[in-house]
Design a protein around this ligand. Structure first.
Ligand code: BTN
Length: 258
């Protein structure tokens, strides 16, 4: 990325500070280091490759060259005064990604896996890691497979994930895509207040409905069939003992890279 790209990003979004690296262990960790300094937010860290990209649940995030990997440090005063409104925040993040990539892969079905994974049909294309800092600020890390082919990814990622390029055979301008996604994030986070109409939208984008799921909630692991996303943003699971609403938790996957 060039200095002119930074200027374009700053001019087209409300990003105050940008760093770009060819290779970095993790953009999430770099953003956390910078959070201790007095730098204006929203602050954006981008890397072409990550040697230790972090996924949820302590997993690794494979960052193939050509993908988009970035972390955004935001505060309460900036892009969302309702930062505490979880799981709306997570869902709104996934929806911003869904809205950004849907026009690029039409007519394929793009949707979300609660709380914030983005899938194109049965393959994952984007993941989100949100770290909360003690002072209320958050670091939102997004990995989106763009111009990286999953054929060069290690197993099992090569079988379970996809990229915009693999789906369309085209290459995409990552700076334009990033600008569209950043603006979509800002809009969706501002709209991420609890409302029945948002819940309906999240539910209609949920690709897990009818599928068997296991969710680790901290206390235990709940197994059931997904019945969608409830009006309060929780995940509904039909279990042997009845319907359960999961407010926060990590989906258990058999494949270790997410
Ligand atoms: C997941 O699906 O488990 C979340 C993956 C999040 C990956 C992104 S890539 C940019 C940022 N830096 C990291 O180390 N992780 C996040």
């Amino acid at each position: 990325m060039l200095e002119t790209d930074f200027s374009r990003i700053r001019a087209a979004t409300e990003i105050q500070y940008v760093e770009h690296y060819d290779v970095l262990p993790s953009t999430q960790d770099r953003a956390r280091d910078l959070a201790g300094q007095n730098i204006a937010v929203p602050l954006l860290i981008i890397a072409d490759e990550q040697s230790h990209g972090r996924g949820r649940g302590g997993h690794q995030w494979w960052t193939g060259k050509g993908s988009l990997a970035f972390s955004l440090l935001v505060d309460r005063a900036g892009w969302n005064p309702e930062l505490g409104a979880s799981p709306w925040w997570s869902l709104a993040t996934a929806v911003a990604i869904v809205e950004t990539i849907t026009p690029l892969v039409r007519p394929r079905v793009v949707g979300l896996h609660w709380p914030n994974d983005v899938f194109v049909e049965d393959k994952k294309i984007s993941g989100v890691l949100i770290d909360a800092l003690g002072d209320g600020r958050r670091i939102v890390g997004i990995g989106l497979n763009v111009n990286n082919s999953l054929t060069s990814a290690p197993p099992p990622v090569c079988d379970t994930a996809t990229s915009l390029m693999d789906l369309t055979g085209e290459t995409f301008n990552r700076v334009e895509l990033l600008i569209t996604l950043l603006n979509s994030l800002r809009e969706n986070w501002h709209r991420a207040v609890e409302s029945a109409s948002h819940a309906k939208r999240y539910n209609s984008l949920c690709l897990q409905i009818g599928k068997p799921l296991s969710v680790e909630t901290g206390d235990d692991t709940v197994h059931g069939t997904c019945a969608g996303i409830a009006e309060d943003g929780s995940l509904l699971l039909d279990t042997e003992t009845g319907r359960r609403a999961i407010h926060s938790g990590t989906l258990r996957h058999d494949h270790p890279h997410w």
